[in-house]
Design a protein around this ligand. Structure first.
Ligand code: ZN
Ligand code: ZN
Length: 639
């Protein structure tokens, strides 16, 4: 099977490696070069961006004469197995990869292969910067660098072996995704240098690398998915450079092309269906280059209206400090303030909307930064427009965020989002005391063992039945108002109906969780607090380590107590002042377990609380309190 697939790929590449002469002028790719030059003349921030780009090009040219030959690795492996910190890439040390947190040194495969991937990425970024600098300054030194590296790749493309075990096959890089992201970067650089390249150079680059690589990538396209959207960007940009109408058509209008990715992959509320803020922005980044180039070319982009909404969704989803939920395979600590490159593009695409004012908000008092500010954003920004402070419902994505001046409570109940979904219907995130205190810890690099913990049921703030993983399913919204939300987990566990109802007021979050079944089950309701347990209202004794259930083995130093009525646990919070009280109450006697577990990265710890009942039916009327005393019956009384 694998051999047949490889033959098909090779035939595709060989059969289609000839075409008419490339166009002398591919047109614009969406950059207003005159405006970019004017920004550098007028604004100090733009001068600084250009200066930083010059320095990066010079540094990279000094460090690497040419890209490395040899196998490249999957960047998800480039993480410390002990604490999930990303390893430090040292350009001078191809066989030494150090964890910045614990100092562990890794070497050999796959780490050395990952190092080579990063050298390619570093060089490609420098080439991208050099091409822009050439376009802005006409200095030959930048053109020489761009030309030299592009021709090097063209001459060595076939020296790289097809390889990759994860998301598709790569050639220069280790998966089709990275093969595509590299090609996008270099196609944009080639585009910017195009007027100064000879026709012979253009053909050598297109024939030797770009077109065969675009066809190799396109042969692996066949889904609505962030990876396939990156494929389109590579295929479409190369098509435009090569004057290949078929590549352009497939990338823009094909069944898995740009337009279908936006129309089918984006939910009505603007959130990408994979359900992670990380992949949401990563998909936006894949859509931008082709959307900009197609728009500049005057292609019909009807049916892509949801693209603008994609930029708006995170503005509504962020907590008051700008932090975004690390839902599904999202990265913890991601903050809107770091997303300005995306909003520079958006502000350039929709200058008459309020997106430029939101961009000003994201910068705050900081200076504008990054290539996108130079190439796409409006020259001066309008006055800032503050983010909304009201509760929001992402009805199609199935996320509600209750908000008031004191706290935010996030509840997820939406449809299954595919392989990046954590199967965590009715997961809770709580923001209080100015930060996320009950988190979703997101993901790490996928290549380390700790990732199993981050994705596990026991790492989420939800009800787990018999230690099992939820089915890939959709939950259901039962009721929503600005201060309350009520949802069901759907068919997450066979034969069990689970509901959760939140009610937020100024002092507390009432959190009622119910499970009903005809047969007896073990119900474990989890909370994870960024803090340490200071007091517990029932006596606790050491408990046996957990051996069953996914992720339970990461729950450390468990202690156990019996509860008849209510247990009150008080926490001293980490990362700043504040306390949190969790009160759990049920008419069914239950057990409370508490201890510590890894946060993400895992050199920080959290406290966990698990309340456990063996029964057919259970109702917990819990409350989380950041000030004053708990009022466990608020949700009922408020109706
Ligand atoms: Zn480490
Ligand atoms: Zn998760």
């Amino acid at each position: 099977m694998r051999r047949l697939w490889m033959i098909a790929l090779i035939l595709t590449v060989v059969a289609s490696s000839t075409w008419a002469s490339p166009p002398a002028d591919p047109g614009g790719r969406g950059v207003d070069w005159a405006q970019a030059r004017a920004k550098i003349e007028q604004f100090d921030w733009a001068k600084r961006i250009a200066r930083d780009m010059r320095q990066e090009v010079e540094r990279t040219r000094r460090q690497f004469v040419h890209p490395p030959l040899g196998l490249t690795g999957w960047w998800h492996h480039y993480y410390c197995a002990k604490d999930a910190h990303r390893l430090t890439f040292d350009p001078d040390k191809p066989t030494e990869h150090v964890c910045p947190a614990c100092g562990a040194v890794y070497s050999g495969p796959p780490y050395d292969d990952c190092w080579r991937s990063q050298v390619h990425a570093t060089i490609c970024r420098a080439v991208q910067y050099a091409a822009v600098l050439y376009r802005l300054t006409n200095e030959d030194t930048y053109l020489d660098y761009v030309r030299d590296i592009l021709l090097w790749y063209a001459d060595h493309y076939t020296d790289f072996e097809v390889h990759g075990e994860h998301a598709g096959k790569g050639r220069i890089r280790s998966q089709s995704l990275d093969e595509a992201t590299q090609l996008v970067t270099l196609a944009q650089a080639c585009w910017d240098a195009w007027p100064a390249l000879s026709q012979a150079d253009r053909e050598r680059i297109l024939n030797g690398y770009f077109v065969p690589d675009a066809r190799f990538i396109h042969a692996q396209t066949g889904a609505i998915h962030n990876i396939h959207s990156w494929h389109n960007a590579a295929v479409g940009l190369v098509g435009m450079l090569a004057g290949d109408a078929s590549l352009i058509e497939q990338a823009v209008d094909g069944p898995f092309g740009l337009k279908q990715q936006i129309a089918k992959g984006t939910r009505e509320d603007g959130f990408w269906y994979e359900g992670s803020v990380g992949y949401h922005f990563y998909t936006i980044r894949s859509l931008e280059p082709l959307y900009l180039a197609a728009r500049a070319r005057g292609l019909d982009l009807s049916g892509t209206e949801k693209f603008e909404r994609m930029y708006r969704a995170p503005l509504r989803m962020a907590f008051p400090n700008g932090e975004l939920p690390a839902n599904n395979d999202g990265w913890p600590g991601t903050n809107l303030s770091g997303m300005t490159p995306y909003y520079e593009v958006a502000a350039g695409l929709w200058p008459q909307s309020d997106l430029p004012a939101y961009l000003a908000t994201l910068y705050g008092s900081r200076s504008r930064t990054g290539l996108d500010a130079l190439l796409y954003g409006p020259a001066p920004l309008p006055p800032a427009k503050p983010l909304g402070a009201d509760s929001v419902l992402f009805e199609d994505s199935g996320i509600a965020i209750l908000r008031n001046a004191a706290a935010n409570a996030y509840l997820k109940f939406g449809p299954y989002g595919g392989g990046h979904d954590h199967r965590d219907r009715l997961n809770l995130i709580v923001f209080a005391h100015g930060r996320v205190v009950i988190p979703d810890i997101g993901t790490s690099g996928y290549g380390i063992g700790l990732n199993r913990w981050f994705r596990s049921p026991a790492a989420h703030n939800l009800l787990v039945v018999d230690g099992g993983v939820q089915a890939p399913c959709s939950g259901e919204l039962l009721a929503y108002a600005a201060d309350r939300v009520h949802a069901a987990a759907g068919p997450a566990y066979r034969g069990v109906k689970i509901e959760r109802e939140l009610h937020l007021d100024d002092e507390a979050l009432a959190d009622h969780v119910t499970a009903r079944a005809d047969a007896e089950h073990t119900y474990d309701l989890f909370y994870h607090v960024r803090g340490t347990l200071a007091k517990c209202s029932v006596p606790l004794a050491p408990a046996e380590p957990f051996t069953q259930g996914v992720g339970y083995d990461m729950l450390q130093t468990p202690r156990r107590g019996r509860v008849d009525g209510t247990v009150r646990l008080e926490f001293t919070l980490r990362d700043g002042p504040g306390r949190l009280v969790l009160a759990c109450r049920s008419e069914t006697p239950f057990e409370v377990y508490t201890g510590t577990c890894p946060d993400n990265p895992a050199d920080q710890q959290m406290a966990f609380v698990m309340v456990r009942v063996r029964a057919r039916t259970v109702t917990w009327e819990n409350s989380l309190l950041w000030a004053g005393e708990p009022q466990t019956t608020q949700a009922r009384q408020g109706r």
